[in-house]
Design a binder for this molecule. Structure first.
Ligand SMILES: C[S@@+](CC[C@H](N)C(=O)[O-])C[C@H]1O[C@@H](n2cnc3c(N)ncnc32)[C@H](O)[C@@H]1O
Length: 135
């Protein structure tokens, strides 16, 4: 192109425009996947949420568990519901996490009335919110 600017293509390291590659895992934007990496931000979220030590927390979409760890420190327990099996493995392989159920993916949360903290898009969390409040 004479005299014009060349448009640079961004290299895709994970095989598609819908992927980011961070810390060994490819993230799917279509599933709202991005992680909280700033510990100051994570602390601020937990602090502002007003969680008490006896609260049971429902976390929808823990991803790699950065927030989950802090939620466990602040509350009594965390019920984490995650769509992506790769992320489930990330969380359950962390030493802070104890699983009292055979499968997080099949977990029914109807019997809990937890403090709700949802940090993902409305279209994702609304499925769970509806199932909780129509029970
Ligand atoms: C923005 S990330 C969560 C970030 C995480 N809280 C952190 O501390 O880094 C959103 C997560 O929600 C999950 N997700 C998306 N749709 C979901 C659904 N329908 N049910 C459960 N989890 C879902 C994604 O796989 C992703 O791991």
């Amino acid at each position: 192109m004479a005299g014009g600017k060349m448009r640079k293509e961004k290299p895709s390291r994970a095989g598609g425009s819908n992927h980011q590659y961070q810390g060994g895992i490819s993230f799917h934007k279509s599933k709202g996947q991005h992680i909280l990496k700033n510990p100051v931000l994570v602390d601020a979220i937990v602090q502002k949420s007003g969680i008490k030590s006896l609260d049971i927390i429902l976390e929808i979409g823990p991803s790699t568990g950065n927030l989950t760890k802090k939620l466990l420190e602040a509350g009594k327990s965390v019920i984490a519901v995650e769509l992506d099996p790769r992320m489930v493995l990330e969380v359950i392989n962390k030493p802070f996490f104890y699983i009292p159920y055979p499968s997080l993916l099949n977990l029914q949360c109807h019997f809990y009335y937890p403090f709700l903290l949802t940090l993902i898009f409305d279209q994702v969390s609304s499925i769970y919110l509806l199932s909780l409040f129509t029970f």
